[in-house]
Design a protein around this ligand. Structure first.
Ligand SMILES: Cc1ncc(COP(=O)(O)O)c(C=O)c1O
Length: 451
């Protein structure tokens, strides 16, 4: 595999001279040469610099065009710059960007989120990270409890409490966590996904304010809930008077009301961000009527509100709200989801066919319009099983192989998203390239097995 990777790295370097030049120059002005730490981790050794994007495609500064299945790691699941959102943003920007006053769009968006997710009352933030942070704070305030519970190998944004993982029976910070404020065992309990027994045990301490969970893990490959797990989660949280916060930021891919609506979940709080404003910074967090009423009875309305640790000067700005309204009304529609999910099925079938044809010990999983391949034969049951299947060198090769042939996959794992602008031809291009890569890798495996 080393030779294949070498070959692809050389090709990448040769075909991206302008990106390489800009990456070198960026080292003078940007920490580690990138505007945001994650951008250092692209497979080619330096990031490609973007020139422009539209729909499901973008062009780089070297003039290559790509089919984008990364779609800003979900923030552009709408396709890049969808016309209704662009129009609404342009119109709103001329009429005010941020006022610290509500606009009528806030009501429209609150009502629409209620219709989609089943929770009646909402607040807005700029990122899903913030929505999660604020939901956690409110849960603490409401319950008077200090801890939260998350599932092992979860991801909920850069939220301090959530970077906890299990080392045997102990809770420790995830490798690479920068500057944790306190030892994470002080703030967080962690259990494996699909382990109802451990969940009940950890909640029985009575010190957990809320469970924060994606309804299926999507950040360590896709790990779906086993039948009955959500019922067990809801029963255990109710039994221990722990709030249940469901993070739909990624699982919105399951349909217009996310996994929650598709599977009739009944969370106390729900958070969502990224795609809901087509990539314009915007996020929302919603409450059941009961939680909203309890919060309203509890929270101060006086001048100390601005040290509550919730909200922010530009949160719920009128531009974000106009973008959310247009995106929900005219882009991420029921019809759009039907088409996106059908494309996801086509993508999944293409990958499964190639895995079979080349007899590779891999599998592919899909959640709505999100598809992911993992380098192990069976579906993982837990985050730990999924993480153990990670193979950084193979990941890098597969990503680079795709990139060199005009396809962008989501970094950190092998994830693809379908947008309303994605076409069957885009999906079929991926199938061809994946099949070619799988064929080359199968030959390498056979070669090394024969030696
Ligand atoms: C499930 C989930 N929640 C929240 C976030 C945080 O989103 P953001 O980085 O836009 O704040 C992410 C980001 O990947 C996510 O996957």
């Amino acid at each position: 595999m080393g030779e294949l990777l070498e070959r692809e790295l050389e090709r990448f370097e040769r075909e991206h001279p302008r990106s390489r030049e800009l990456a070198r120059e960026a080292e003078r002005f940007l920490l580690q040469g990138v505007p945001m730490p994650w951008m250092i981790r692209w497979a080619g050794g330096f990031p490609i610099f973007a020139a422009e994007a539209e729909g499901a495609r973008f062009r780089d500064v070297d003039g290559h065009e790509y089919v984008d299945f990364c779609l800003g790691d979900t923030a552009a699941m709408t396709g890049h710059s969808p016309e209704p959102t662009v129009r609404a943003v342009a119109e709103q920007a001329r009429r005010g960007i941020t006022l610290m006053l509500p606009s009528e769009d806030a009501l429209w968006v609150g009502r629409e989120l209620g219709r989609r997710f089943g929770l009646p009352r909402w607040q807005f933030a700029l990122t899903a990270t913030d929505a999660n942070r604020f939901a956690i704070r409110l849960a603490r305030e409401l319950t008077g409890r200090t801890k939260i519970l998350v599932f092992n190998w979860c991801y909920h944004g850069s939220v301090d409490e959530t970077f906890a993982t299990l080392a045997g029976a102990s809770v420790v910070a995830r490798d690479g966590n920068v500057g944790p404020p306190v030892p994470l065992a002080e703030t967080t309990r962690v259990v494996e996904w699909n382990d109802a027994g451990a969940l009940e045990r950890e909640l029985s301490h009575g010190d957990v304010a809320c469970v924060l969970a994606e309804p299926a893990l999507t950040n360590v490959g896709i790990v779906v809930p086993e039948p009955g797990f959500h019922d067990a989660l809801r029963a255990a949280t109710r039994h221990t008077e722990t709030l249940l916060a469901i993070d739909e930021t990624h699982t919105l891919c399951a349909g217009p009301g996310g996994y929650t609506a598709a599977h009739s979940l009944e969370p106390d709080m729900l958070t969502v961000g990224k795609a809901i404003a087509a990539g314009i910074p915007a996020a929302a967090y919603g409450f059941s009527e009961e939680v909203a009423s309890r919060l309203e009875a509890l929270l101060p309305r006086d001048e100390r509100a601005d040290v509550g640790g919730i909200g922010g000067t530009v949160a719920a700005n009128v531009l974000s709200l106009a973008a959310m309204r247009a995106t929900l009304a005219d882009v991420l529609t029921d019809d759009a989801f039907a088409r996106m999910i059908a494309l996801g099925e086509r993508f999944e079938a293409g990958v499964a066919g190639a895995i079979d044809r080349h007899a590779l010990p891999w599998h592919v999983t899909r959640l709505g319009c999100r598809v992911e391949y993992l380098f192990r034969p069976e579906r993982p049951r837990t985050g730990s099983e999924a993480a153990a299947a990670g193979d950084p060198e193979l990941d890098r090769l597969v990503h680079l192989y795709a990139l060199n042939r005009g396809i962008l996959l989501t970094p950190f794992h092998n994830m693809a998203l379908m947008s309303p602008a994605t076409t069957e031809a885009d999906v079929d291009l991926h199938t061809r390239v994946f099949d070619e890569a799988a064929g080359e890798l199968a030959s390498v495996r056979e070669g090394s097995a024969a030696r």
